[in-house]
Design a protein around this ligand. Structure first.
Ligand code: AMP
Length: 397
């Protein structure tokens, strides 16, 4: 396999699958969070600095039936040009004569952005013909879109076959892969995983995988109460998945067998309705009164979690500790985020992997105080679960 850093792009046209699926303001169509564009810049700059040229392709949103202005990648151009500090050309079609002519005109150091790949349904269908049309534009294929690496789409997977000897990942995917490896395969003990979020059902595979690898498994968020109920506690009206009570018991037993310290919140901040303005009180997690629901971990749990995290050398975090979107039920998630930043300061490796914990770390402005914040929600979860991602396999096989 070719390593991106070792490859000399001088005189080459590289087609790079990036993830420019950024949130846009619904009215002005301005970018509200450019994290994903920023994350692609080192890869683009390396190709330019070598003397190559770059053809960027991405999807944006979920267009249903062909082109729609609100999903056009032209809205990305000003931000991209600014971050690269150079003009970027744009092709209003990602394939066909328009794209071919613009690609042919590329000179060393220039950058071309193609229109939204998902204006063609062939992209998500994984069409061979569509992938070949994209492939014909370039000499080299680089995949740097970790967020879509779990999809076997034309631009993320199928296209790789047309570059048997010149396909590679960019810096971003490399960093995502390295980060997971540091947590799951080359971790320094004590290793602590913090799994939160709404439901046990959506995290069961990752929990089982983690029980094989970690010293401590901290549980928080809505899934807590399925565990508590499984241990015959009173959970009031907290979120519970009754179909998963047996699963929760099995997880508790497996943790014991594997000598993993499974830590549940001793106390809970409960509310009398699912609202920021609800009345709240702190109680033991095993004795939540009827008609009250657990929406955050309590102060005793915070102390225990912070201590465990700050004593760890490897930390993985997936899923919030409570309903952090509501200011009054945010404290547990905030203190966990701060503890991860502290552990990192003291030399731990920390990975914020996926979905809402990424939103949380950004909310608390701590993204630059942890080792790696993943750009791929579903992709990161699947990768941590030990699944083979098609976009990665297409490069390595
Ligand atoms: P997930 O996508 O599974 O990581 O779940 C994230 C969601 O879980 C967030 O929207 C949180 O508001 C929600 N959540 C966290 N804790 C609780 C809780 N105690 N009760 C209900 N929802 C929760």
């Amino acid at each position: 396999m070719i390593h991106f850093a070792d490859y000399n792009f001088a005189g080459k046209k590289a087609i790079v699958r990036v993830d420019f699926n950024v949130p846009l303001n619904k009215e002005t169509l301005d970018i509200t969070d450019d994290t994903r564009i920023r994350a692609s810049i080192p890869t683009i700059n390396k190709i330019i600095d070598d003397g190559g040229s770059v053809i960027l392709m991405s999807h944006l949103g979920r267009p249903k039936n062909g082109p729609e202005d609100k999903f056009s990648l032209k809205h990305i151009l000003p931000s991209l040009s600014k971050l690269l500090n150079k003009d970027v050309d744009f092709s209003e079609d990602c394939i066909g004569t328009a794209a071919e002519e613009k690609a042919n005109r590329l000179v060393s150091g220039s950058v071309l952005l193609l229109e939204n790949l998902r204006f063609y349904k062939h992209e998500t269908a994984g069409s061979d013909v569509f992938a070949k049309q994209l492939a014909n534009l370039a000499d080299v294929y680089v995949n740097d879109a970790f967020g879509t690496a779990h999809r076997a789409h034309a631009s993320t997977t199928i296209i790789a076959q047309y570059f048997p000897n010149v396909k590679m990942y960019g810096y971003l995917i490399e960093k995502e892969i390295e980060s997971v490896s540091k947590v799951l395969h080359e971790s320094v003990s004590p290793v602590t995983a913090i799994v939160g979020g709404a439901k046990v059902s959506s995290k069961i595979i990752i929990i089982n995988e983690l029980l094989e690898k970690v010293d401590n498994l901290i549980i928080g968020g809505g899934m807590t109460y399925t565990f508590v109920k499984a241990m015959v506690g009173n959970v009031g009206t907290s979120l519970v998945e009754n179909d998963y009570l047996e699963t929760a018991k099995e997880i508790i037993a497996k943790a014991k067998e594997k000598k993993v310290q499974l830590i549940l919140p001793k106390d809970t901040v409960a509310a009398d309705s699912f609202a920021n303005a609800a009345n709240k009180m702190t109680c033991e997690s095993i004795s939540i009164p009827d008609n009250w629901m657990g929406l955050d971990i309590g102060p005793k749990a915070i102390v225990a979690y912070v201590t465990c995290i700050e004593n760890s050398k490897t930390v993985l975090w997936n899923g919030p500790m409570g309903v952090f979107e509501m200011e009054n039920f945010r404290e547990g998630t905030k203190q966990v985020a701060l503890a991860i930043a502290n552990a990192t300061k003291n030399g731990a490796f920390s990975l914020i992997g996926g979905g809402d914990s990424v939103a949380a770390i950004n909310l608390f402005n701590l993204a630059d105080q942890v080792s790696h914040v993943s750009t791929g929600g579903g992709a990161m979860l699947e990768y941590l679960e030990g699944k083979e991602l098609p976009g990665i396999k297409a490069i390595t096989e």
